[in-house]
Ligand binder design. Sequence first.
Ligand SMILES: Nc1nc2c(ncn2[C@@H]2O[C@H](COP(=O)(O)OP(=O)(O)OP(=O)(O)O)[C@@H](O)[C@H]2O)c(=O)[nH]1
Length: 227
Amino acid sequence: MSCYVFFLWTEDTYSKLECLDNQEISVKIMDTYDQAGSNQERYLKWAHGYIIVYSITNRGSFDTAKTYLDAVAQYHKQNGREVPLALVGNKMDLERYRTVSKKSGQSLATEYDTTFHETSAADDFESVAKVFHSLIRDILREQQVALQPLVISEDKAAILGSGSQLTGGRTNLRRVKSPKTNEISSSSGTNATKKTDDQKDQKTIGARRQGVGLRLFKVNKSFKIFN
Ligand SMILES: Nc1nc2c(ncn2[C@@H]2O[C@H](COP(=O)(O)OP(=O)(O)OP(=O)(O)O)[C@@H](O)[C@H]2O)c(=O)[nH]1
């Protein structure tokens, strides 16, 4: 007679090469399983972004999502790091069994300053892909900001030099555009001036991403899923 022991609840990691906005990004996904007393730091340290998933048919999973949001928010507040989060209510195909309203999901997302989505992994693959793509873009944007040094603008420096008080710190600081961004933006010449503001924004964002793309690719985008 044989005895087999199966570990049904395990932590999984996956890697995927995503092509998003003409950029190749290596995405690492950790699907966690937390037991009582488990060390959450292992993924809190590791992740660049989080997708926290609950089932719209299960109030308990919504309450658990809140505890995860708390853990993530507290950890990153202590470490002074902004990390993009997405809160997801899954199983939309089971609307008739819904126990967590969309409004409750939205309020929780607002409370923790996360994006909010409802999906159906069973019926609507696009809705799931959209969550990932939106988070990848948020992470890229966040890292883009983090990569740019802060300087005091010349006009404010002049004011400071004349003995004025520095008030409201942030207003006196601006981010430096990377040379590559300026180069690409200006090379688009007069055609660019005819484009709508939206198109211009797209172009600038695209150019910035190109500028940091290789670095980001080397570093690898990593995601963590709470499920
Ligand atoms: N109807 C429906 N079922 C789903 C959906 N997503 C997942 N499921 C089912 O829900 C069950 C749990 O899915 P999992 O992906 O294992 O969820 P989980 O929270 O990771 O579960 P554990 O980690 O094993 O606790 C499985 O039977 C899935 O087939 C969905 O969008 N709709």
